[in-house]
Design a binder for this molecule. Structure first.
Ligand code: PBG
Length: 336
């Protein structure tokens, strides 16, 4: 329903926009550091921050540096970080076995971070692609990504991650039935409190390119992920995917990518009313940074405008590589 307003000249919408204080007073959406999840890339080594060329300002961090970043996040009021591994080529194979090695990079990083900053949430991706020499999120047999066989691998992977201390598991592979299998395994192995944030509506997107560089999956992937990730043409299907994941035991759901799919975010939040997150993915970040570096847009304003757009669309939180920078800006603004 359109709200009633007096016709011009009694009604003058610009009255509510005249000064900063009145704009603040009537702002419908708010953004705070508490709404942000900061994805970090980890690598082997010590005291290393290796820049990712396609993600200016983002680096692959050795575990000690990831711990420092986690401390920074907590200091900024960011409630949760997400860890992604840059797996050494020697640790990748077609069975993706490193995914359920309890001593793999993300498990070691999680233990180090939970020891140093126990109050900070840690989210781990459950998907085989960083470990799979085929580059796919599922196991590949004769060129075909196998659903049910992949579920067995995901189950083992989820359990080592829970054991390492992950607070939230984020199944991001889009295999059918994964949430139920992981939830069942967590219950059976006495991890009833581990949260699941399902990448429920994850699209086969061109915007993941820089991420695949960051985790070293670009060269490995043959073909595309269209047999499991969603067709960008589909909206109703996203609602079905969300319904399935909730029924299987997800606590929270995610839409990914972010800005091109704000309609999906809004529909999911309206339809289900569950905690709803958007992943502003690597390509979205890279576009803002590239345009800003060329002087074509004001990068800081574009960053804040994108983030408030997610909140306006109904998202409870946003995974964004801009999290620390945005949180710093919000803190400085609050301090005046
Ligand atoms: C792995 C995964 C991807 C991203 C998050 N988890 C890449 C993919 O599905 O190919 C993308 C994140 C980003 O682009 O920032 N399943």
């Amino acid at each position: 329903m359109t709200p009633l307003s007096a016709p011009f000249p009694h009604g003058r919408p610009r009255r509510l926009r005249r000064t900063p204080w009145i704009r603040d007073l009537v702002a419908e959406a708010r953004l705070s550091p508490a709404d942000l999840i900061w994805p970090l890339f980890v690598r082997e080594g010590t005291d290393l921050a290796e820049p990712v060329a396609s993600l200016p300002g983002v680096a692959r961090l050795s575990i000690d540096r990831a711990v420092a970043a986690a401390e920074e996040a907590a200091g900024l009021g960011i409630p949760c970080i997400a860890l992604f591994p840059n797996t050494e080529a020697a640790d990748k194979n077609p069975e993706a076995t490193e995914a359920w090695n309890p001593e793999n990079l993300v498990c070691r990083a999680t233990r180090a971070i939970k020891a140093a900053v126990p109050e900070l949430g840690v989210l781990l991706d459950v998907a085989l692609d960083p470990y799979n020499s085929e580059g796919h999120d599922g196991l590949v047999r004769d060129g075909v990504v196998q659903n049910d066989e992949t579920l067995l691998a995901l189950e083992k992977m989820a359990l080592v991650q829970a054991e390492a201390g992950a607070d939230i598991l984020g199944p991001s592979d889009m295999m059918d039935g994964r949430i139920g299998v992981i939830r069942g395994a967590l219950e059976a192995h006495e991890f009833p409190d581990v949260l699941i944030m399902s990448y429920a509506a994850k699209y086969a997107s061109s915007f993941y390119g820089p991420f695949r560089d960051a985790v070293g999956a670009t060269g490995a992937l043959k073909g595309d992920k269209k047999t499991y990730q969603m067709d960008p043409a589909n909206g109703a299907e996203a609602l079905r995917e969300v319904a399935i994941d909730l029924a299987e035991g997800a606590d929270m759901v995610m839409v990914k990518p972010g800005l091109p799919y704000l309609d999906i975010c809004a529909r999911v939040k309206t339809e289900f009313g569950v905690p709803t997150f958007a992943y502003q993915v690597s390509g979205e970040y890279a576009m803002i940074e590239a345009a800003a570096a060329n002087g074509w847009i004001d990068g800081e304003r574009a960053m804040m405008e994108s983030l408030i757009a997610f909140r306006r669309a109904g998202c409870d939180g946003i995974l964004t590589y801009h999290a620390a920078r945005a949180a710093r800006l919000l803190r400085d603004r609050a301090a005046g």
